[in-house]
Design a protein around this ligand. Structure first.
Ligand code: PHE
Length: 495
């Protein structure tokens, strides 16, 4: 009989199983000098060579999701509400919503299952023996004991609190052939990895190579995924292109002439302050289309068509300062100046820069979704119609325009999106003022809008911290799933 060859690692694994009484779980094997990967590969080899028996068992494990973790720290929504009710006796639904804006829906739904149901806009405390159940649930979050099937069942049927993972556990058992292999092992170390020294020394001639096992388990590779921001930007492009818009683009570094003066922003406007705007050093930078500055000067100083202008002395050198563009409305200004025959429908999704301190809601560089329509048919109702169409494509059905102020539009309107009762401001819009049309040499009205992309992305993906969008943790990034209907459902659950 030809003895089956085994490697040193395989020998060690066989000995380890032997010392554990002839059978062991793979996860219990711990062997000096071998990593878990080495052990896994040795087991696969031994199985292929018919030297051990292997049983496979599916193991389920449970972990808290990010949401579950929050409940562990701050209390399950139903517990939080129950305790508050106990204290107060009675609360109006508005009070409940205010007390726990992110979780009141879940809390109300859970308490309703115990018959604590709002009546006439109020919800009252009732001692119906549920405290014990809710406290058990709360305790369960810290144990996640798979043996407590009642609690496990509860949380498995409740979305988003615990995450279930399965892995395969291999149970290995020695057989007669195993003992023969152990006895016959001659200490020969097969070449597993070929390195230059083995080749140059010629030692490979005296040694044996280990064969490849194409069936041995390896960790599974993830397919390539789009970054969540890339995905959303592509979605937005697709929506605008389908609506017949043309994409425009501009530059990070701009002159204040184009970023601000051309849009009739006065030179003493607070947004130009060093606190708000990043200025860039640089002399002799050639500003394109400088011919526009004569028109800008006249209109800033004296106005046009019965409008009085700003009545100050406009400074040419101030207009030549360089900045990181503060908004992408500068793209619109440039595009329309260069393409002044109506109609035009344009958009861009590009980065802008503001001197902000970074927190959960603010970034110093962020994307703006910019758009404009230049046509005789432009008015506030077409503006509202276009914005409504755009947002509803993304899954946000309820938007509202409220009066606002921008130096370059009249009227100016801020866009507010309603996500299940919560209102979030997404950006500005309006109809360009006559001064701006004159500066840019335009013959028809223009409606324009500029919106923060990251705010939108937070709602789209159900995030509570804007910085998460630029988190570089691979596990976190690969947890995003791109299906609009899914996200909207997630938003519904959360709010
Ligand atoms: N540019 C404005 C901003 O940065 C938004 C805006 C664009 C307002 C177009 C009106 C018209 O917030």
């Amino acid at each position: 009989m030809v003895m089956v060859q085994i490697s040193e690692a395989e020998y060690k694994v066989l000995r380890a199983i032997q010392s554990m009484g002839g059978s062991a779980k793979e996860s219990e094997l711990s062997i000096d000098g071998l990593s878990d990967r080495d052990i896994a590969s040795a087991i696969s080899w031994l199985e292929v060579k018919g030297l051990i028996e292997v049983d496979r068992r599916e193991i389920r494990t449970y972990a808290l999701s990010a949401e579950g973790q929050r409940y562990l720290n701050k209390g399950l929504p139903e517990l939080v509400l129950y305790e508050r009710l106990k204290e107060k006796g009675e609360m109006t639904l508005d009070e409940v919503r205010e007390y726990m804006p992110d979780t009141y829906r879940i809390a109300l739904a859970q308490l309703a299952k115990f018959g604590i149901i709002p009546k006439g806009g109020k919800i009252s405390f009732r001692d119906s023996g549920i405290e014990e159940v809710i406290e058990r649930r709360q305790r369960y979050l810290s144990t996640l004991d798979p043996g407590d099937t009642e609690m496990l069942d509860h949380f498995r049927h409740r979305s988003g609190v615990i995450e279930e993972k399965t892995r395969i556990e291999r149970i290995v058992r020695l057989k007669d052939a195993s003992y023969e292999a152990i006895a016959g092992f001659n200490g020969e170390d097969l070449i597993g990895t070929l390195d230059p020294s083995i080749i140059s020394s010629g030692s490979w001639k005296e040694r044996n190579f280990r064969r490849y096992d194409l069936n041995s388990p390896t960790s599974s590779a993830k397919g390539s995924l789009k970054h969540p921001m890339t995905y959303l930007i592509e979605e937005i492009r697709r929506i605008f292109l389908n609506m017949g818009f043309t994409e425009m683009s501009g530059h990070f570094i701009e002159s204040t002439l184009w970023d601000m003066d051309a849009l009739f922003i006065p030179q003493d406007h607070p947004a130009r302050d060093m606190q708000d705007t990043f200025y860039v050093d640089g002399e002799n930078f050639k500003i394109d289309h400088p011919e526009i500055s004569r028109r800008i000067k006249r209109i800033h100083e004296k106005g046009v068509d019965g409008y009085s202008g700003w009545g100050y002395k406009w400074s040419d050198s101030e207009s030549k300062r360089l900045i990181l563009r503060t908004h992408t409305t500068v793209n619109t200004a440039r595009y329309l100046y260069e393409n002044n025959i109506p109609p035009q429908a344009i958009f861009s999704v590009e980065k802008v820069f503001r001197h902000e301190s970074v927190d959960w809601k603010h970034l110093a560089e962020f994307y703006q979704i910019e758009g404009a329509v230049y046509s005789r048919d432009v008015n506030v109702s077409t503006l509202k119609w276009i914005l409504r169409d755009f947002y509803s494509e993304l899954g946000f059905r309820d938007i509202r325009l409220v009066p606002s102020y921008y130096p370059y539009t009249e009227p100016s309107l801020d866009v507010i999106v309603n996500v299940n009762g919560r209102e979030v401001e997404l950006g500005g819009s309006g109809i360009f003022r006559p001064e701006v049309l004159k500066i840019l040499g335009l013959k028809a009205p223009v409606m324009a809008w500029g919106m923060g992309l990251e705010r939108l992305a937070m709602m789209y993906y159900g995030l509570t911290d804007v910085r998460d969008l630029y988190n570089t943790d691979f596990e976190f990034l690969s947890s995003f799933r791109f299906d609009t209907s899914n996200y909207i459902r997630k938003i519904m659950d959360k709010v």
